[in-house]
Design a protein around this ligand. Structure first.
Ligand code: SAM
Ligand code: SF4
Length: 335
């Protein structure tokens, strides 16, 4: 028997209902804006949460804290062994389950993941050109991504979203083509502003294509109609969406840097090694793995979780002179 969960509220009144879980910090690509060519020092296996530990934390999150949606990410989550089994166990908790992936391996796994209860996928793809894909990701795998996208759509993992990070001089000449590609294949295109979360600390604000610029490029090609953002249980979704007039094509823009949405953030993040973070940009973490492995009961874990959210700040400081990039890069936090 369970009582109704008490909402996970911070001191600014934000209710947290969305949990991002990183399943691994490893990756089979080396995207230039994410990690160096040689990769990173991956976490030792013993430090990574087991399936049982992830399910236990998710159960506490759902039953005690009111978490309603879980997104699996990484690193590359498809690299996690036994992923369909974990998806099935998380599905049993009754959450809205989705996955962010680079798409490599999705062609093989889409059907199995759908059958296990996965609802939706976001697939990262920054270019349609094989040589450019290789330059951005340092791997020659674009054909696997195209196949993965198609398999996800055919398996009914709907909607299939394509995420691209537009960077000046890298892929900003493909913005219109990416939208046409997505529309032509039944995917939903989304552009994400590049953020200072790369492992090399090489983020360059002047190379970021801002939402204003992006909308300028799209607006020069099509008439865009802003769509109303439907509030979720917790906050307002970060993507601003636009319909291309006279069509059913929708484009999303996530302007984390120039139009921060921290005021309505409903997210909490769990790293692959069991550290709870109240923000992508948080500089402190709470060690839930130590609690789990030290034999803590559900109430103690619930309390640690609430304490972490209680310390959440009003918003990220990317645009302030005091900004400190978190020690962990995006691939180790779970983007
Ligand atoms: N490997 C999976 C993937 O690429 O989709 C999941 C993890 S990846 C860290 C999640 C998302 O973060 C991807 O869409 C990727 O493009 C994005 N990303 C990585 N580094 C970024 C950065 N510095 N700024 C903005 N987005 C970034
Ligand atoms: Fe891997 Fe995703 Fe980072 Fe690219 S963005 S290196 S696919 S974790």
């Amino acid at each position: 028997m369970h009582t109704a969960p008490a909402p996970l509220v911070d001191r600014f009144g934000r209710v947290h209902t969305d949990l991002r879980v990183s399943l691994t910090d490893r990756c089979n690509l080396r995207c230039t804006y994410c990690m160096p060519a040689e990769g990173l020092n991956w976490l030792p296996k013993a430090e990574v949460l087991t399936d049982d530990e992830i399910v236990r934390l998710a159960q506490i999150a759902v039953r005690r804290l009111g978490i309603a949606s879980v997104r699996l990410t990484g690193g590359e989550p498809l690299l996690r062994r036994g992923l369909p089994g974990l998806v099935a166990r998380l599905t049993e908790l009754g959450v809205d389950l989705s996955l962010t992936t680079n798409g490599i391996g999705l062609a093989r796994m889409a059907g199995e993941l759908k059958a296990a209860g996965l609802r939706r996928v976001n697939v990262s793809l920054d270019t349609l050109r094989p040589e450019r894909y290789q330059a951005i990701t340092r791997r020659d795998r674009i054909a696997d991504v195209f196949a993965g996208l198609a398999a996800a759509r055919d398996a009914g993992l709907a909607p299939v979203k394509v995420n691209a990070v537009p960077v000046r001089g890298v892929n900003d000449d493909e913005i219109v083509e990416l939208v046409e590609f997505a529309a032509g294949h039944g995917y939903l295109m989304r552009f994400i502003e590049s953020m200072p979360l790369d492992a090399q600390g090489a983020w360059d604000r002047s190379a970021m294509i801002t939402a204003d610029e992006l909308l300028g490029i799209l607006g020069a090609r099509w008439e865009l109609e802003p769509l109303r953002r439907e509030p979720t249980r917790g906050g307002t979704p970060p993507a601003e969406e636009f319909r291309i007039a006279g069509t059913d094509t929708v484009v999303g823009v996530i302007a984390s840097v120039t139009r921060p949405f921290c005021g309505t953030c409903d997210r909490v993040r769990l790293t692959a090694d069991g550290q709870l973070r109240n923000c992508l940009f948080a500089t402190e973490e709470s060690d839930l793995r130590a609690l789990l492995r030290g034999g803590a009961d559900d109430s103690a874990i619930e309390q640690a979780w609430r304490n972490t959210i209680a310390r959440k700040g009003p918003g990220h400081e990317i645009n302030s002179a005091d900004f400190v990039q978190p020690e962990r890069p995006m691939s180790a936090i779970g983007g």
